[in-house]
Write a protein that binds this ligand. Structure first.
Ligand code: HPA
Length: 284
């Protein structure tokens, strides 16, 4: 079965079960799961119930697709994402993202945690991604292109939507936080980087480094959906003479406190979308 047919099957499964029409899609990375508590839940499916979703052999929680209202906005949420380092191909791990796009979302918000190679970004801060450098070894667009999904050679000049970035910067300053905009350097992981690699990333123009996000951004752009990415800085790796080992516990602890900032940012942005739409409706 080709990609288009698999997507149709997954999307029509969801449509058969609900007529809920989400306008914004959300991918929750490490640190942002808490935003689910704010969701006025309409429907929830474990990924294992959904046609063609990646499966995992790891026991327990595999992730779920949720629909509901968040700050008044109808959203569809991927709570749990897949990574290349887990063994999935870039095409497999982006299938859930493509399903959200197929459902007709008007924009996609993506979150992640990342190391900062920019001395201005402190651990715990939120950075709006303005561009990326892709050093991941696989590309979800590799292989035969289906013109019904998008172009063979998608342009990436506006891969990170300027209007969404401006809206995020505006809300960050309302929240009295620095409105950093940086370049995300995508690597495959799962190991972190050597000091020489952190220096390379800095010299090549990366401000943030991480192991996710780039494949999802590529498929959303392929399907014409505007993207916002916000990164939570979990560890500082700009001064390589003073690096200390990064542990998962440390990353998760920072993600917990910093995650509250990201949650406040996303809720404010969603509320603004609703307000803008309502005032637009009144004008017409
Ligand atoms: N490198 C790569 N990925 C990461 C890092 C890092 O330092 N921190 C969080 N994710």
């Amino acid at each position: 079965m080709d990609l288009y047919a698999r997507l149709e099957e997954a999307a029509s499964y969801l449509r058969r079960h609900t007529d809920f029409a989400p306008r914004t899609g959300l991918i929750l990375g490490t640190g942002l799961h808490g935003i689910v508590d704010d969701l006025q839940l309409h429907m929830r499916w474990d990924y294992s119930l959904l046609p063609h979703f990646p499966t995992t052999t790891v026991e327990g929680h595999n992730g779920a697709l949720l629909m509901g209202h968040l700050a008044g906005e109808p959203v569809v949420v991927l709570d749990g994402r897949f990574h290349y380092y887990e063994g999935y191909s870039a095409s497999e791990l982006t299938f859930p993202t493509r399903v959200l796009c197929k459902l007709g979302i008007e924009r996609l918000f993506i979150s992640n945690v990342a190391g900062s190679t920019n001395p201005a970004y402190r651990a715990g801060s939120v950075v709006v991604v303005k561009d990326h450098i892709n050093f991941q070894p696989d590309n979800p667009l590799r292989g035969a292109n289906d013109n019904r999904l998008g172009l063979r050679f998608p342009d990436l000049l506006r891969a990170y939507d300027p209007n969404l970035r401006a809206a995020a910067a505006r809300q960050l300053s309302h929240l009295k936080q620095p409105a950093h905009q940086g370049v995300y350097f995508g690597l495959q992981g799962p190991n972190l980087e050597t000091p020489a690699e952190y220096r390379m990333i800095q010299r090549l123009g990366g401000d943030l480094v991480g192991m996710s996000t780039v494949p999802e951004v590529l498929v959303a752009n392929h399907m014409g959906v505007p993207v916002l990415v916000t990164s939570l800085v979990s560890n500082e790796c700009h001064d390589t003479d003073r690096l200390t080992p990064t542990t998962l516990e440390e990353v998760l602890a920072v993600a917990k406190t910093g995650g509250e900032r990201m949650r406040a940012l996303w809720l404010a942005m969603l509320a603004e979308l609703v307000t803008e739409r309502e005032s637009g409706d009144e004008d017409t």
